[in-house]
Design a protein around this ligand. Structure first.
Ligand SMILES: [Zn+2]
Ligand SMILES: [Zn+2]
Length: 328
C-alpha cells in the first residue's frame, strides 16, 4: 500500500517536472516563464482592486460635490488602460515571408539585394564592417525564414516580431511595429492613473488607518505574514497589497513612458539604444519629429490617446527596408 502511494507520488512529481520543463522554452529561462505567467494577473488584480477601492471607499470619503467627476475620471482611465492592454495583446507584429514578397513586388526601390533583400554568404564574408551587418536580412533558424532588419525572434512568443522592442510580461507579448502605439498610450494613462490613485491612497491611509494599525502593516509582506498569524484582517492585507503594487506601477509606468518617448524622438528601438550606449553602432532616423511619431502611431496620432486606431491608421513605416534609417 505504502509502495503504491509512493509510486503515485513519484509519478505525479515526474509529471509536474515534465510540465515545468515543457514550459521553459528554448532561449528563455524559468524566471522569465514564471514572470510571464504571474505579471498579467498581478496587473489585473492591482488595477481592478484599485478601481473598486477608489470608487466605493476613497472618493466617497474625500469628495461630496464633485464625486461624480472623480469617479468618471478613474473609470475613463480604467477603460483606456484595459483597452490598450488588450490591444497590446491582440494586435499582431508577426513577420511572415508573404509580407516580404508582397512588398517586393510593390516596391521597385527594393533592389539593394537581388535575393529578396537577404544577404548572401559570400557577401557576408566580404562585408568587413560588422556594424553594417546589423542592417541586413538574417535567417531565423526557429521559424526557418529570413527576417528583415529590426525583426527578431522572441522565444516567449515563439515567432519573429517586426521592429521588436521588447517582450512585455504584463501583456504576455512582444512590443513591436503594430502595438507599440498601444503600449505608449497604455503607459500615459497608467502613469496618470496610478499617480492619482497612489496620492489618494497615501492620504487616505494616513487619515483613516494610521491610528488603528501597526507600523509593520505599512509594508505589504509583513501585513501578509501578520494576516496569516491572525494579527491583521484580510481586508487590510488586500488594501496594503494593492497599494504596494500600485506604487510599484507608478515607477514602472513612468520610467517606461519616459524611455519610450526618448526612443520615438530618436527613431530607435530599445535594443538599438543599448548597442548605441555601448558605442557599437549608430542608428539615425533622418525624418522630422512629426514623421517619427507617425511611424509609431499612424496619421492623426493624437487621437490614439483616446481611441485605439490601429485598424484605420497604420504606422507610416516601411518595416522591411527602413529607407529613412542610416547606420554608421
Ligand atoms: Zn523566428
Ligand atoms: Zn515576445
Amino acid at each position: 500500500m505504502q509502495e503504491n502511494s509512493k509510486s503515485v507520488t513519484m509519478g505525479l512529481f515526474e509529471r509536474v517536472k515534465k510540465k515545468i520543463k515543457f514550459r521553459v522554452r528554448e532561449g528563455t529561462d524559468l524566471e522569465s516563464e514564471i514572470l510571464n505567467i504571474i505579471a498579467g494577473p498581478i496587473y489585473l488584480y492591482t488595477i481592478l482592486s484599485t478601481w473598486v477601492l477608489l470608487m466605493f471607499e476613497v472618493i466617497p470619503y474625500f469628495y461630496i460635490s464633485n464625486r461624480f467627476l472623480h469617479k468618471s475620471f478613474i473609470t475613463a482611465v480604467l477603460f483606456e488602460m484595459m483597452g490598450n492592454w488588450l490591444s497590446m495583446m491582440y494586435v499582431s507584429n508577426k513577420f511572415s515571408p508573404g509580407l516580404a514578397q508582397e512588398r517586393c513586388v510593390n516596391d521597385t526601390n527594393n533592389s539593394k539585394n537581388s535575393n529578396n533583400g537577404m544577404l548572401l554568404q559570400t557577401e557576408v564574408a566580404s562585408v568587413a564592417n560588422k556594424q553594417r551587418l546589423y542592417w541586413y536580412w538574417r535567417p531565423c533558424l526557429s521559424c526557418n525564414i529570413s527576417r528583415p532588419p529590426r525583426c527578431y525572434h522572441c522565444p516567449m512568443c515563439y515567432t519573429c516580431i517586426l521592429k521588436r522592442d521588447h517582450h512585455c510580461f504584463f501583456a504576455r507579448t512582444c512590443i513591436g511595429l503594430n502595438n507599440q502605439r498601444h503600449f505608449i498610450v497604455f503607459l500615459v494613462w497608467a502613469s496618470l492613473g496610478t499617480t492619482y490613485a497612489s496620492l489618494h491612497f497615501i492620504y487616505y491611509f494616513l487619515t483613516v488607518y494610521w491610528s488603528h494599525v501597526s507600523i509593520l502593516d505599512v509594508f505589504a509582506p509583513f501585513t501578509l505574514i501578520r494576516w496569516i498569524f491572525g494579527y491583521s484582517s484580510l481586508y487590510l492585507t488586500h488594501t496594503m497589497l494593492t497599494a504596494t503594487f500600485l506604487i510599484f506601477f507608478v515607477f514602472l509606468s513612468t520610467t517606461f513612458l519616459i524611455n519610450q518617448v526618448e526612443l520615438i524622438t530618436k527613431g530607435i528601438t530599445t535594443f538599438e539604444s543599448k548597442v548605441i550606449d555601448r558605442g557599437k553602432i549608430k542608428v539615425t532616423d533622418r525624418r522630422n519629429l512629426n514623421d517619427k511619431i507617425k511611424a509609431v502611431f499612424g496619421s492623426y496620432w493624437a487621437l490614439n490617446l483616446l481611441v485605439p486606431l490601429h485598424l484605420k491608421f497604420r504606422p507610416v513605416e516601411d518595416p522591411l527596408n527602413w529607407p529613412s534609417i542610416k547606420i554608421s
